[in-house]
Design a protein around this ligand. Structure first.
Ligand code: AMP
Length: 282
């Protein structure tokens, strides 16, 4: 496994592989790798000749300085996991390499970034859009892998690929969970054992909402039932529970025939902000 810190060196290595007609899979991450990331890498390895995993804690997508500082950085373990998985290339630039100057380009995603993460994390998707565009231009992969866990991010990147004609196939990988249902996240490392236990109720809340949705209960009632359930856990501070069209992310006001619905949740456990979602098919 080769680790690259410099854009030009990675480009040179990839050029040789592409000249040999090899396909390249890209898995963008912020490190602190876990079994969720591993699922993306495994899938990438299955379908591509070579896989690049990028590790970059992108400062411009954080709207909270404390969150950026506290973001776990575990390079040695990350490399060990990637090596075990059989990933051949790691791209791990520093912030100067990615942003020699503060970027003045900004990207907006209209209605896609209005709800949920976009509403609560100002500037977040501009930062995501810029860094992913840069990674796509640097690596020019055949396929790129993203997690359903960040559903809104996936839809936004899908929009970016369509709008800017990136010649890249996107793959959305299902959420990997702990045994108790908690969606695996790098931020879980910041929770103590009792908080980890409490956090599993976010998935229970999603399941509860899903059952109510399948029983055709009105959206308002579903939200009330979830709020009532979460009240039992004072350590959980709910930010939003949204029931949206999985593709447009448009908030559903009432139940109507729609193919795929996503129920999305964001909540704080102490200082740590977690997100999760489930997708339901009608
Ligand atoms: P991050 O390092 O948190 O930016 O995540 C990098 C990629 O891994 C993103 O596309 C995430 O959606 C994906 N990811 C994170 N956690 C999980 C998980 N539990 N299951 C599947 N994919 C995940």
């Amino acid at each position: 496994m080769k680790v690259f810190g410099k854009i030009e060196e990675l480009r040179k290595a990839l050029k040789e592989l592409k000249n040999e007609g090899k396909s390249i899979g890209l898995v963008p991450t912020m490190g602190a790798l876990h079994q969720g990331h591993a699922a993306l890498v495994k899938q990438a390895i299955e379908t591509n000749d070579y896989v690049v995993c990028s590790i970059f804690v992108n400062p411009i997508q954080f709207n909270n300085e404390g969150d950026l500082k506290a973001y776990p950085r575990t390079t040695a373990q990350d490399h060990a996991l990637l090596e075990t998985l059989g990933c051949q290339l790691v791209f791990q630039p520093d912030a100067k390499e990615m942003y020699p100057k503060a970027p003045n380009l900004s990207i907006g995603f209209g209605a896609l970034e209005k709800p949920m993460e976009g509403a609560f994390r100002s500037g977040h998707f501009n930062g995501v859009g810029l860094v992913v565009s840069k990674l796509f231009n640097i690596v020019a992969p055949t396929n790129a892998y993203f997690g359903q866990k960040d559903l809104q991010q996936y839809q936004i990147i899908n929009n970016l690929v369509e709008t800017l004609n990136f010649d890249i196939k996107l793959v959305c990988v299902p959420i990997v969970r702990e045994k108790n249902g908690l969606a695996i996240s790098s931020r879980n490392q910041r929770l103590n054992p009792s908080e980890l236990d409490t956090a599993s109720n976010l998935y229970k809340a999603l399941q509860l909402a899903g059952e109510a949705f399948n029983q055709n209960k009105p959206i308002g009632i579903i939200k009330d039932e979830v709020a009532e359930f979460l009240c039992k856990f004072p350590a959980i501070n709910l930010e939003y529970l949204e029931i949206v069209d999985k593709n447009t992310l448009e908030s559903l006001k009432e139940l109507h025939q729609i193919n795929e619905v996503a129920i999305c949740i964001a909540a704080y456990i102490g200082e740590v902000r977690l997100i999760d979602n489930i997708i339901l098919k009608k």
